[in-house]
Write a protein that binds this ligand. Structure first.
Ligand code: DLL
Length: 433
């Protein structure tokens, strides 16, 4: 279903005209109300009157996470504090958290964006949605929450934490839709089976997954286990939260809500804007945001854009699944390795659980890569020869995809730590030395 036909299916040229008008207004706003942007534009000899069409966006400065940190906590806000009605903050694992503020209109745009996403997944007013993203400073819980209400469906604000209670609610309320990280969905499944329940006790139909990278193989795994359709939702707190982009029923690319969030893909080294289909770093401009508008924010997320009309009727640009973040990329013996590549190889083989841990270390000045995987119960045997053969088969597949050898370690089923929110699959011991 399409929630906002006018915006989602508008002719591409008409949307570009709208984006141009919105960009001009945005630049006017930040030039006059955010000293950081005024100074940057003055350095570049730019005036708001130089920005008239969306093509002019390339003249504007980039914004980075460091700029947000340097302006901690609220110096990039473009409105007086009295107009801010909500604050969220990023987890800030490395240093200060990033603070973002929303005006009432920003919250309306956010709810509308989530409602657009939900409609694209086939959620209707008749559905009940369990929101099992964390509630609190993280944008996942509250972001989804108000979008579900906006759509008119029923929201169950489960949050993270009490998995068993959640499972009982899912069953007893016959909840049709669940929103959580893909890794938490896998954990839920294990607990359901562990409690001796069967998926047929439930009425789940739709899963809304995001907040962390996940692969096409992971989608298949989740869809099969739960008997649901699993959809991707993308977003980041600096830009808004979940709902910057979403899949549609075609599951063939993630549509960016580009009347509000204008995307570009750049070469992360040279900052050159890349054409469609070429992979690089996603850069987003918040065309309508009031609280903390950002010009050309460098997300570090790696993807490629594709313009065109989707079979669902939407004319909004799509992006590929996020391969990972440029700062998650491991460089092992000079070779670039993404955790998502490792996940894809493991899940290509039916013998393994979708649980893994990557351990990178340096021994005798040489990087080492260990991959811990859980063998599924039915495939685990005491027969050393067949276990060796399985290890060999996985090693060979890893080598062909990664171009380096990985030391595969089989670990006990259930021994890899399960996550309730964003999973942490990589332990890089090199940085600790
Ligand atoms: O994770 C917002 C969110 C919540 C999105 C719930 C979707 C669902 P942050 O904590 O600021 O916000 O983290 C944003 O998470 O830059 C990506 O690296 C990653 N990410 C988010 N969604 C996806 C996704 C939320 N669908 C960072 N696929 C982003 C891959 C994702 N990575």
């Amino acid at each position: 279903m399409i929630w906002n036909n006018n915006k989602e299916t508008m002719p591409i040229e008409e949307r570009r005209a709208l984006q141009g008008v919105r960009l001009h207004k945005l630049v006017e706003r930040v030039y006059h109300s955010v000293p950081f942007y005024r100074a940057k534009m003055q350095e570049m000899n730019l005036l708001p009157s130089d920005i008239n069409t969306i093509d002019d966006i390339v003249k504007l400065p980039f914004t980075t996470k460091k700029d947000l940190r340097d302006n901690y906590p609220c110096q990039l806000f473009a409105v007086p504090r009295s107009e801010i009605v909500r604050i969220h903050a990023s987890s800030g694992t490395t240093g200060k958290p990033t603070i973002v503020g929303y005006t009432r209109k920003d919250l309306e745009v956010w709810s509308e964006s989530i409602a657009r996403s939900l409609a694209a997944f086939g959620v209707t007013a008749a559905d009940t949605v369990s929101v099992a993203y964390g509630y609190g400073l993280f944008t996942g819980g509250l972001g989804l929450h108000y979008g579900v209400e906006r759509l008119g469906a029923t929201v169950v604000p489960t949050s993270t934490g009490n998995t068993e209670k959640h499972i009982h609610l899912l069953r007893d309320l016959q909840i049709s839709t669940i929103a959580c990280t893909p890794s938490y969905a896998l954990h839920l499944y294990e607990v359901i089976i562990g409690l001796g329940m069967s998926i047929s006790d439930f009425n789940l139909k739709i899963g809304i997954f995001g907040g962390e990278p996940w692969t096409e193989n992971m989608r298949k795994e989740i869809e099969q286990k739960f008997g649901i359709k699993a959809y991707n939702i993308y977003g980041l707190s600096e830009i808004m939260g979940p709902g910057v982009a979403h899949e549609c029923e075609c599951q063939n690319g993630t549509h960016i809500i580009e009347d509000h969030f204008y995307p570009e893909v750049i070469d992360p080294e040279t900052h050159e804007v890349l054409p469609d289909s070429v992979q690089g770093e996603l850069v987003l401009t918040t065309l309508t945001k009031e609280g903390i508008p950002l010009l050309r924010y460098c997300t570090k997320d790696l993807t490629a854009l594709h313009h065109g009309v989707c079979a669902c009727g939407r004319t909004e640009v799509t992006m590929d699944r996020i391969l990972g973040r440029s700062d998650d990329m491991l460089i092992i013996r000079g070779i670039n390795v993404f955790p998502s590549q490792i996940e894809s190889v493991i899940l290509d083989m039916e013998q393994f659980e979708p649980q893994y841990q990557i351990v990178v270390d340096r021994k005798n000045n040489l990087d080492t890569l260990e991959v811990h995987v859980e063998v599924k119960k039915g495939y685990y045997t005491d027969d050393l020869n067949s276990m060796m053969a399985l290890k060999k088969a996985l090693s060979a597949k890893m080598k062909s995809v990664l171009s380096i050898n990985a030391d595969i370690q089989f670990v006990e089923p259930g021994s890899i730590e399960r996550s309730q929110g964003k999973s942490n699959r990589v332990v890089d011991k090199r940085v600790l030395k």
